[in-house]
Design a protein around this ligand. Sequence first.
Ligand SMILES: [Zn+2]
Length: 310
Amino acid sequence: MSSIQKRITPTLVLVLISLTAFAEKKENIKKDIVGKDHIVLSEKDDASDYLILNNDTTSYYFEILNDFDDELPEEHPAHDIYNNIWADDRLNPYQTPYNQIQDSIYIDCSEFTLPVPGEVTSDFGRRRYRFHYGVDLRLKTGDNVLSAFSGKVRIIAYERRGYGHYVVIRHNNGLETVYGHLSKVLVKHDQVISAGDIIGLGGSTGRSTAPHLHFEMRYLGNAINPADVINFQNGGGLYNELYLITQEETFAYQQKVQQQLNSRQYYSVRKGDTLGRIASRNGTSVNNLCRLNNISSKSILSLGQRLRVK
Ligand SMILES: [Zn+2]
């Protein structure tokens, strides 16, 4: 053994011993967290190095100051359903088609609060050129918009051509809800909220012609018709405190979505084409082409560009 090796070996042994001791200490802390009101650490452990607890230890709310938080109880609502995905930028990052969702799941809706009291001005379902994945509820700009259930804010974002200012909340019952076209957002990303909390003010931002709330309910990224859960015709209460998600009924609309996708038609721009010429050749109008392709009537076309015509 060289002299360098002789010096390194004892150091390695020491490092290994202290790592083992640290792992044991972690184990003790974890055991203490579960099933006790308070965490008691022995005097030689300086608690402030490990955990900050608020008074409510029953909800396991705590912050970890070092690097073993991946081993601790769930941080986000329903994270086992959502495979631990907590993206703050995409509404549906889960890539789980409706027919891969476990069939017949009961959702506890008992704490439900109607987000706004207004009537439905537009139903869930097929539009001429797209699909409407929520319901629109009438409101006045500045009206309070309330969270439907308790949970945690996953997305706060702005889409000029879509939802405008919007909020997405993951709920403790496994659902996610979307609140679109807000004039002002009053919650922060990752904020924990209760059913009925004000999350923002209604408005008409984004793709909207009059003030309303665009409200969606989703499970693992797949939209559920809120009118299946909420009795909008009769005061906006629930049909049932337990809502049963089934592939056959809840997601029956997906077949219509598929038909709509299959009926799309495209056209490749040729030399000398104008929007007017393409419209008349395909039995549509310039307005429709612009809407379908999200372009303006003055957009410059390039050869070979693919335009949706139906
Ligand atoms: Zn809408």
